[in-house]
Each structure stands twice: as C-alpha cells, then as structure tokens.
Design a protein around this ligand. Structure first.
Ligand code: F6P
Ligand code: MN
Length: 355
C-alpha cells in the first residue's frame, strides 16, 4: 500500500486544475489513466485472455492487426466518447478521425493516440505501450480533419503507458515529465518518477541495423563511429539496444539516457520514415524535450513540423541532448558538403558508404 504517497489524481489537482480548462484537462488525463488500467489488465492476462494471435484485418498503415490492438483502440474510443472531454479522436487503428456526436457530449480537446504500440511484440511477451497526444479542439463545432493537423508545439499534454513488468504512465502538460507506477492491487497510479531528466550524454544507441543499407550517410557515419568504440573517433565504447517497441525504448532513455533513431531511409521512397508523426513522434518528442532531451528529424525539430496528414510519417532521432545535437550536426555537414569523415580510415577501410 502506498498511503501518503501522491496519486495521479492528487498530482493533477495540484498541478493542472488551476483554471476551467485545467480542470477539464485533469479530468481527461484521469480518463486516459482509466483506459490504460483496462488495457494493462487485458494485456497482463496474456494467452489466458483469449486475445493472442493475429486478425485477418489490416489497418490503414498496412499492418496486420492483433486482437489487443483492436481492444485497446475500443478502450480509448469508448472512454473518450463517454467522458465528455474531447470533441474528436484519431487513432493509428482508424482510417479517419472520429467526431464525438450526440447523444455524447463534446469537450474542449482532441485526443490522438496509438492504442498499442509495439504490438508485434505481444505474442513474445515483450513490453508494449500506448501513446497519446492532446490538442485543443476548434471550438463548439464538430472538428474537421484540418483541426487535427496542428504542429507538436501546440500539444496541451502528451504521454505514454508502458505495459512491462510494471505498468507505468508517463506524461507531460508542458511543465516537466513525470512518471507514475500502477499499484495493481489498489488500482492507483502513484507518482514514482517526478521531474524525470535525461542525462545529456550517453554510451547507448538504439536503431534497427537491418536497415543499414537504406540509411543516409550522416546516420551511417554516426553509427559507424559508435561501433568503432574506443578505437574510433569517439574514443569510448558504446552499447546497442533494439526492443522494437518505441515506448519501451523511450522509457529506457528517460531512465538512463540513450539515443533512439528511426531515421529517414530509402527503403520505401514514399515514406519519410517509419514512425507516425501525430501519435508517435510528436507525443514522444514533447515528453523527451520536457525531460531535457532532444528530438529531431536530423534536419528539423520534430515538434515544429506542420502536419499535412493524420497518418503521416517522420524520421525520428531522440534522446540524450548532446548525441542528438551531434547527429543534427552530421546532417548539416553532409548537406553542406563539409563532412570530412569520408576521408577517415574508418570509412575507407570499411568502404561502407563512400559516395
Ligand atoms: O509502431 C511502430 C513500431 O512498432 C515502434 O514501436 C518500434 O520502434 C518500431 O515500429 C519497430 O520497427 P521495426 O520492426 O522496423 O524494428
Ligand atoms: Mn506504434
């Protein structure tokens, strides 16, 4: 039991609910926590929940859906629809945004979410998560598509839930990043990680190296230098991790630093990256920036991107500030033609990306 410790509700009452809008936002975040608890209970049952395997259906991204993807989406949609605090919702699992209509009540916000991120991991019992982004709704009228297409700088709140050995809810309302752990027996989220700060330096990088042949030169340069370790220009050894679950990856970075990359690549020229801007890159970038980290495409701050589509993709490089800055510099040098690393023995020997 954690009597005397700060619950999520108490935290929100103290930190968010100062105004009429703040009170509505606090109530909305309590609703998010309720949906997260339902998904945590469902995912913890594993195969016993009768929701293992894959469905026939494919989402708008062309990804096969898992039963838990669909159930998690329903948990969020129902919670938001009944909660009276949003005017519309958009989800990775729905082709188009979904306006709240009578008999349900519309509220002052829009909710955009990835109900179950990393869901290819479910059957392997590896951590998965949910990601959400909260924006202002346009006013009293029913929101149209354009109303959702706001840059990440306009997010009112964002967060993720991590369904791992423990369930955590990590969120920001623009005043730091805070983490809450679910006390399962009691059903409360308890503030366990106040004001998380990402160390500016790190020896750990995360990238799917099976895509290496599709990367741009600045990314290859960065990863080659990390792999060269003590004997390379960085003069220290690096470690690598890849969970294939962005929530778990970002959480590790919040806990001990690191850099996560799903960069622009040439695998499918129609896609400027793998991750989705509005419900993956933007909320995670807000969380990471509020924890003192950086989040860039390599050429632009992610939160500054003006979206053109609800499911649009973006290159993502985020985490420890100094490493993100270094990778941005490598992009600048490459674009300006001043990158001297091609002349280094490291690359001529390996012949990896000599243009
Ligand atoms: O939702 C996208 C996602 O599942 C992320 O959680 C994860 O970082 C990435 O895709 C994994 O991609 P890949 O299968 O290419 O490693
Ligand atoms: Mn996802």
């Amino acid at each position: 039991m954690h009597l005397g410790r700060k619950t999520l509700s108490k935290f929100l009452i103290e930190n968010v609910s100062g105004s009429h809008e703040g009170a509505a936002l606090a109530a909305l975040l309590v609703d998010v926590a309720a949906a997260v608890k339902a998904i945590a209970a469902l995912s913890a049952k594993g195969a016993l929940g009768g929701v293992a395997g894959t469905l026939e259906s494919v989402n708008v991204q062309g990804e096969t859906q898992k039963p838990l993807d669909v159930l998690s989406n329903t948990a969020f949609v129902n919670t938001f629809q009944l909660g009276g605090l949003v005017a519309g919702v958009a989800s990775e699992e729905m082709d188009d945004p979904f306006p709240i209509r009578a008999p349900h009540t519309r509220g002052p916000f829009l909710a955009i979410f990835d109900p179950l991120d990393g869901s290819s991991n479910i059957d392997a019992n590896v951590s998965v998560g949910s990601i959400f982004s909260i924006l202002h709704a346009p006013g009293q009228q029913e929101p149209g598509l354009d109303d959702y297409l706001q840059p990440g700088t306009r997010q009112v709140a964002a967060g993720y839930a991590l369904y791992g050995p423990a369930t955590l809810l990590v969120l920001t309302v623009g005043r730091g990043t805070h983490g809450f752990t679910l006390d399962r027996e009691v059903g409360n989220f308890i503030l366990t990680h106040p004001d998380i700060k990402i160390p500016a330096d790190t020896n750990e990088f995360a990238i799917n190296t099976s895509n290496e042949r599709f990367w741009e030169p600045p990314v290859s340069r960065y990863v080659e230098e990390c792999k060269a370790g003590k004997t390379g220009p960085r003069e220290r050894d690096f470690n690598m991790r890849w969970i294939a679950s962005m929530v778990a990856e970002v959480h590790r970075i919040l806990m001990r630093g690191g850099i996560f990359m799903y960069p622009r690549d040439t695998k499918d020229p129609s896609k400027p990256g793998r991750l989705r801007l509005m419900y993956e890159a933007n909320p995670m970038s807000f969380i990471v920036e509020q924890a003192g980290g950086g989040a860039s495409t390599g050429r632009e701050r992610i939160l500054d991107i003006v979206p053109g589509q609800i499911h649009q993709r973006a290159p993502v490089i985020l985490g420890s500030r100094n490493e993100v800055d270094r990778l941005v510099r490598y992009h600048q040098e490459y674009d300006a033609g001043t990158d001297k690393s091609y002349d280094s023995p490291l690359f001529s020997e390996r012949g990896l990306y000599r243009p």
